[in-house]
Design a protein around this ligand. Sequence first.
Ligand code: DGT
Ligand code: MG
Length: 373
Amino acid sequence: QINEAEVVLFSVPSYACQRRTTLDNHNVTLTDALSLLAENAELSDEDGRGVAFRRAAAVLKALPAPVTAMSQLTGLPCLGDHSLRVIKDILENEASDEVESTKQSDRFKALKVLTGIFGVGSKTADRWIRDGIHNLHQLQESGATLNRAQQAGLEHYNDLNQQVTKAEADAITEIVQEAVVSVLPGAQVVLTGGFRRGKQTGHDVDFLITHPEEGREVGLMPKVVFWLESQGFLLYQKTTRNSYLEVKDGPGRPSSNMDRFERCLSIFKLAKKEERGIKVTVNTVKTRDSWRAVRVDLVVSPISQFAFALLGWTGSKLFERELRRWAGHEKAMSLSSHALYDNKQSRYLRAASEEEIFAHLGLEYIPPSERNA
Ligand code: DGT
Ligand code: MG
């Protein structure tokens, strides 16, 4: 019998962007379970359910101690009936039947394997499953047509499904820096994504590139890609062009959160630790077991949009989603990775730093290491 007075009651604000979420998660079992249900929903094209589970998991990640009794959760935001049922099952029985059966289901396993191929989304995977393709062997036998990204994804499947370490991210940072300063002295490279939030591993390595003088970044991406390609660092790359135009007045506010920066999705050929020399300028590795493939994302931003791009590419994904929801629902503003538009004043709000963006949004500044929602 637990004395009511001894139960620690938790309290957290309802938007993830109002909370400090470090990597020190006291409720890993619960958040893993809810994240798995979120992933299953997303893979099944049920985004609404996916977000609900992600929000519930994020609330638990923000708690200062492990949950031991359901009564502690009274009054917490974002915990719907379904999430509460899963939490209750785990607290009472150490596992949730729903989570376990989802994990074991043939459909979930097949979706995981197939979307584990770079370039394959849930729609493609679903189509293949309906054609009786459940694993890589069946895919290869099927004669299904693969695009260039998917071919590279299949070829480097094992490497790309192995977590990237911080040491590997640092080695790639050096290479990208070398490439960028070689083609445009003065340009700057920032590591973003999970590694900027302090994670020790990630599924890829994300970079944001800019130049302190507006306009100097134009044309930078093709040069960087050409340098990397000619030095033998790229196994695959696809560059998409910037098409963002800021409309000064009228209904020109950012209409979607789709990113329109110049962006390069690539697969790097990274020498293994023993093989990495002091000089990074030429990739000399030859034998297959002396290198591994790593997913790398490069984004180029003009300095005028840099703060927004940095905030937008640092994540976590849920933190980003919550920032945009906060901006829209609580402040009548539209936030993207390019700009912040104030719908009441009908104008863009400038910012030179992430701190200024949080201030415009009426939020306390949350540093990257506390955006792990
Ligand atoms: P990871 O790589 O699994 O360790 O985790 P993250 O947090 O690095 O996630 P990742 O690499 O998928 O994306 C990094 C951040 O960049 C993510 O938190 C949100 C943002 N992001 C990703 N894709 C897009 C995109 O297409 N457009 C925009 N605006 N942002 C994106
Ligand atoms: Mg990442």
